[in-house]
Design a protein around this ligand. Structure first.
Ligand code: HCB
Length: 216
């Protein structure tokens, strides 16, 4: 089966909330050795993005989003171990990258994709979860002697915590030791500039491209 048709199947499976189908597609992706990253970005993620747009247009409701997210996660549970294997094959060349969804924000799908892709690219990624209090992010950076820290915000109400985080890093005297990366659907380059974050990344590939360039 071609990459193109598997990508379309992946997208449709998320959009029809069909966990059995997402699992089936994920298993076939591994069995057929097609590009896992392309399927995640152009298939499963595209499906999730379209569900989000339909929700915004009030054509779908929260249970639909939850069902689509569950279908996507079912596929990611199959694909993540394979990606992690690749991550292990690449010696952690670039130092430690702490990543999380910021305080107040429970959205985690996108952040988890970025985490796994950065790991595959050669960072020692420490994914500390979602809705992580700012002081705990600071602690994780200090405890792990991190060089990079990425925060994900999917809501306008939680984006502001990325600004507070920048301020807290300064207060704690560790801002200069870290490269800060911000992401999430409402986050933009303009927002990154406004709050003084070092790097804005639009998606997982962008994160890998920009962060490896900085690290290398
Ligand atoms: Co949620 N939700 N949701 N949601 N949700 C959004 C984000 C809205 C935009 C939908 C809407 O109203 N139009 C909206 C936020 C509105 C706003 O503030 N502007 C919203 C809301 C309001 C809420 C609740 C408050 C709903 C409620 O309870 N009434 C609640 C949140 C509670 C809370 O956080 N305290 C809620 C809950 C949920 C779930 C649980 C049902 C589910 C999340 C499941 C999970 O993550 N485990 C969910 C989902 C799935 C969405 C949408 C539909 C999709 C998000 C998603 O997973 N996208 C989203 C609509 C949308 O975003 N358009 C909707 C796919 C991933 C792959 O993309 O953008 O997350 P991504 O990540 C990209 C990119 O941003 C970047 O790379 C990733 C990979 O390409 N990136 C980073 C992300 N993080 C990065 C970090 C880095 O360091 C670097 C790059």
């Amino acid at each position: 089966m071609s990459l193109e048709s598997l990508t379309e199947e992946a997208k449709q499976a998320v959009m029809t909330y069909d966990s059995k189908k997402t699992v089936d597609v994920a298993n076939r992706v591994l069995a057929e050795g097609v590009d896992v990253v392309a399927i995640i970005q152009n298939g499963f993620t595209k499906g999730m993005t379209e569900i989000g747009a339909l929700f915004e247009a009030k054509k779908l409701f929260l249970p639909h989003i939850m069902a689509a997210a569950a279908a996507m996660n079912a596929a990611m549970n199959i694909l993540t171990p394979e990606l992690e294997k690749r991550g292990r094959a690449v010696e952690s060349a670039f130092g430690t990258f702490v990543i999380c969804s910021i305080e107040g924000d429970i959205h985690s799908i996108g952040k988890d994709i970025v985490a796994i892709m950065l790991k595959v690219a050669g960072f020692n990624v420490i994914n500390i979860g979602r809705d992580v209090p700012l002081k705990d992010i600071v602690k994780a950076c200090k405890d792990n002697n991190a060089k990079y820290v990425g925060t994900s915000a999917l809501m306008t109400s939680t984006m502001v915590n990325q600004k507070s985080f920048e301020e807290l890093l300064k207060k704690e005297g560790i801002r200069e030791k870290l490269i800060t990366n911000v992401g999430g659907a409402p986050v933009t380059q303009q927002w990154a500039d406004e709050i003084g974050a070092d790097v804005y990344t639009e998606n997982a590939s962008d994160a890998v491209a920009k962060m490896t360039k900085i690290a290398g």
